[in-house]
Write a protein that binds this ligand. Sequence first.
Ligand code: NAD
Ligand code: MG
Length: 335
Amino acid sequence: MVKIIKDNETTFDALKDKTIAVMGYGSQGHAHALNLQESGLNVIVGLRKGSSSWVKAEGDGLKVVTVAEAAKAADVIMILLPDEKQAFVYYSEIEPNLKAEDALVFAHGFNIHYNQIVPPKNLDVFMVAPKGPGHIVRRTYTEGIGVPGLIAVYQDATGKARDLALSYAKGIGATRAGVYETTFREETETDLFGEQVDLCGGLSALIKTAFEVLVEAGYQPEMAYFETCHEVKLIVDLIYEGGLERMWHSVSNTAEYGGMTVGPKIINGYSREAMCKALERIQNGEFAKEFILEGMVNHPVLKAMERQEKEHQLEIVGKQVRECIPWLNKNIDDD
Ligand code: NAD
Ligand code: MG
């Protein structure tokens, strides 16, 4: 069993006299910067001149400077830029401004694990990764709770990297929900696996395929949408709150029997083989290479797939259905 580190086992001591630079003010950046500042720590935000986030961060009461200036001024540098841009910004603006014993921090291990950023040996390098999107990291903090977090130490030049990581995790509220220790390799590989196989990739493919099967069999697309997409949330909420047991308990006996007996025929040996293949491509670096090269040529494959998906009947019908449900029309950035 892993040991879960709780709030009362951690202090702010390691960070108390340090300046923390949060690079980027997107999903994670805004949540980290605001939470750390409200925890009483000394925070600056590093951004591009002219970026729209600049005004926003200042409006939120934060001190904003360029990435290079922030790297120079800070002792602890958290990189919350898009993963595919981190290496370029790191080499051009961050590394030239670092001093010995500074700490370089990540919220995802990708760039370190796949050698896109190779930091000098005289730095602490660690990870603090909340297990949730930025707006939840922010909202739960303001509610006095938090999102669970992972920490991992990659390089410990000062002997204090782990203490710094725990203080940082406390500063964003993660210790309130428990902090787990991992490694850059484990975090990176499991994170990519989850998003490809189970969460974003697997789930969206499951929904789309089930929708297509019903529509091709002549059922109304609206009925297909409700069954294969809309109700996913109801089921996932039950699993999230109380595990599979609560979900099976809440659904009818018919749903439980049908689900238990047919589910494994749908996600079957073939699916398992495909999952193992996806894991292998994550472990041997093939996926990372493909994604990095795709980014270097401005994401042609990703853009084409986004375009095609927009035209999928599931998306068109879903939009019409959701328009009739006022509380579902909240903008994604509303909170
Ligand atoms: P994001 O795309 O929401 O935000 C990126 C920020 O970087 C924006 O403020 C953007 O203006 C800024 N930026 C982009 N290019 C820049 C440049 N050249 N110079 C300066 N600033 C620039 O990113 P995010 O989703 O917050 O992800 C940040 C990190 O957090 C990534 O490593 C990601 O893997 C990790 N992470 C994200 C989530 C999540 O749910 N979004 C969860 C856990 C970890
Ligand atoms: Mg993830």
